[in-house]
Design a protein around this ligand. Structure first.
Ligand code: SME
Length: 161
C-alpha cells in the first residue's frame, strides 16, 4: 500500500464509477465506505447513517461502515455531531473532537471528524460520517471529496426512487 493517500480528486472518478455500476443503495454505500477507508489513509472510520422514523422521532440509523464497531448505532437529531449535521443540513468539520461538547465518542483514538449530509430532492435522508486518528485531518480538499461522495449516493437515490 502506498504511504500517502491519493489526491482527493483522483478518488472522485472512482466514486463516480461505483455509482454507475451499483444495483442497490446498500451496495453503493458499501462501495463508498470501502473505497474511502482503503484509499484515504487518515480516514480511520467511514460510515453512513440513514434517517428512519422511530414513532414520531427522526433517528439516524447506522448503515454500512468500515472501521471498528461503534456504540452509536442509533442517534437522535438532538445528539452528537451526527445529529447536528442532519438537523442543520450542513457539513460539519471538527478539527479536535475533544473541544466540542456535542461529540459522541466512538473510539478513544478519534481526534477529528467530518459529517456530510446526504440529500434527496433537497431533503436530508442521511449522512456520511468519517473519523480520523489525526487532529484536523479534513482539509478543504477532503471536504470536497466527502461532499462528492455523499452527493453520489444522493443522486443515485434520486434516480432509483
Ligand atoms: N462521533 C459521532 C458519533 C458517531 S461515531 O463517531 C461513529 C457524533 O458525535 O455524532
Amino acid at each position: 500500500m502506498p504511504a500517502t493517500s491519493p489526491k482527493p480528486r483522483e478518488v472522485i472518478g472512482e466514486l463516480n464509477a461505483l455509482a454507475s455500476g451499483a444495483t442497490s443503495a446498500q451496495e453503493l454505500m458499501e462501495g463508498i465506505t470501502k473505497l474511502l477507508h482503503q484509499k484515504m489513509l487518515r480516514y480511520n472510520w467511514v460510515g453512513f447513517y440513514m434517517l428512519e422514523k422511530e414513532g414520531a422521532q427522526d433517528m439516524l440509523v447506522l448503515g454500512p461502515f468500515r472501521g471498528t464497531m461503534t456504540p452509536h448505532t442509533r442517534i437522535p437529531l438532538n445528539q452528537g455531531i451526527c445529529g447536528a449535521a442532519a438537523f442543520s443540513g450542513k457539513t460539519i468539520v471538527i478539527d479536535d473532537v475533544s473541544a466540542d461538547p456535542r461529540y459522541l465518542a466512538c473510539s478513544l483514538e478519534t481526534k477529528s471528524e467530518i459529517v456530510v449530509p446526504v440529500f434527496v430532492e433537497k431533503k436530508v435522508v442521511g449522512e456520511l460520517d468519517i473519523d480520523s486518528h489525526f487532529l484536523a485531518a479534513f482539509t478543504p480538499d477532503d471536504r470536497t471529496l466527502c461532499e462528492h461522495a455523499a452527493a453520489v449516493l444522493g443522486r443515485w437515490l434520486e434516480k432509483h426512487p
